[in-house]
Design a protein around this ligand. Structure first.
Ligand code: SAM
Ligand code: SF4
Length: 324
């Protein structure tokens, strides 16, 4: 059985949020930290197991565990293991602010983690602290080294480009890639319910980074059709690659291959859609058949594109609610 919407898009990739809690205060995401009404617990291991089996039955092959900050859950390695041990799931990935990576990289790898995305919004410790509210850059870079040492196959960095903060540091990110064989992905700041003024002051169009790359001799890598939304670039004098994620670019949604489930067991068809659809009762009953049926039916209502260009951000107040 294949999970397909009315526009012919197939969904082999699940982004699974396991908590809304976060210990960082990134200025574009949770500048004041978690609100006091943020749910403190997420789905149980049994509920996650049922969910993952249902998605695998519908052809999902890749799961990204995200949050909030997923490493705040003590059972993160159990969750990685559940995903990895599910028949049909080939790739398990994690997106993290890396605050525990230095200690836990080997445990993640032993649990079956294939790929890691680390958020790092600056290579300057003071700028890093100004953006995230945490003075932890050195620890995070050490964590990335530990992950590579542990043998995690793919390691990528994520940076949200911010006009008044890290945009002037583009060249230091590029320089890092001269010596490090990793991919550094620059993400266009997205407008959410909570960050409208910040968005207006800080959004940088990814196309401006793309022009700089092309001027400096970076070349576009041709990727497979189902590779997801990042445009990737390589350069003969650099060991690492660059990725651009530009949700405001034309036709961004035509290659959409992902669905999202929140830590509260709601299926979200788009980061910027209206309220998610709860599938929690089926998960609580450990009913894989009913979960499959509910997901298939809801996917038929997925819209062709988001409405960010019209300033419509849906029900998403900030991305920590849903994992980006
Ligand atoms: N806490 C983890 C982390 O920061 O990697 C996982 C959750 S975080 C919401 C997932 C990704 O969303 C991060 O790479 C973060 O930089 C990105 N993100 C958060 N808010 C964003 C926004 N308004 N626009 C673009 N990216 C955003
Ligand atoms: Fe936390 Fe990640 Fe949001 Fe930063 S981007 S506040 S680390 S959830």
């Amino acid at each position: 059985m294949e999970l397909q919407d009315t526009f012919g898009r197939k969904f082999k990739y699940l982004r699974l949020s396991i908590t809304e809690l976060c210990n960082f205060k990134c200025n574009y995401c949770l500048p004041e930290g978690n609100a006091c009404d943020t749910p403190t617990s997420g789905m149980s291991l049994k509920e996650i197991n049922t969910l993952v089996r249902a998605f695998a039955r519908m052809g999902t092959t890749k799961i990204r565990v995200t949050g909030g900050e997923p490493a705040l859950r003590r059972d993160l390695t159990d969750i990685i293991q559940i995903c990895k041990n599910t028949v049909g799931i080939e790739t398990v990935a994690l997106t993290t602010n890396a605050f525990r990576l230095n200690k836990d990289a080997q445990a993640y790898k032993n649990a079956g983690l294939d790929a890691l995305n680390v958020s790092a919004d600056s290579l300057d410790p003071r700028m890093f602290a100004a953006i995230t509210g945490k003075n932890k850059l050195e620890d995070i870079l050490e964590g990335v080294d530990a992950a590579i040492q542990a043998g995690i196959k793919t390691v990528k960095f994520n940076t949200v480009m911010l006009k008044q903060f890290n945009y002037k540091e583009l060249s230091s990110f590029f320089n890092y890639l001269k010596e490090h064989p990793v991919t550094w992905r620059f993400i266009e700041l997205m407008q959410t319910g909570d960050n409208q003024q910040f968005f207006a002051q800080n959004h940088v169009a990814g196309e401006s980074i793309k022009s700089q790359l092309l001027e400096q001799g970076w070349e576009r890598i041709i990727r497979s059709k189902d590779a997801g939304p990042a445009q990737e670039f390589s350069h003969s004098q650099y060991q690492g690659n660059i990725g651009l994620i530009m949700p405001y670019s034309k036709d961004f949604c035509t290659t959409c291959n992902r669905l999202r489930v929140s830590s509260q067991g709601k299926l979200h068809l788009c980061l910027f859609a209206e309220e998610g659809q709860s599938i929690l009762p089926y998960l609580q009953d450990e009913d894989v058949d009913a979960t499959v049926e509910a997901i298939c039916a809801h996917v038929q209502t997925k819209e062709e594109t988001h409405s960010l260009h019209q300033g419509f951000t849906g029900a998403t107040k900030q991305l920590a609610m849903l994992g980006g």
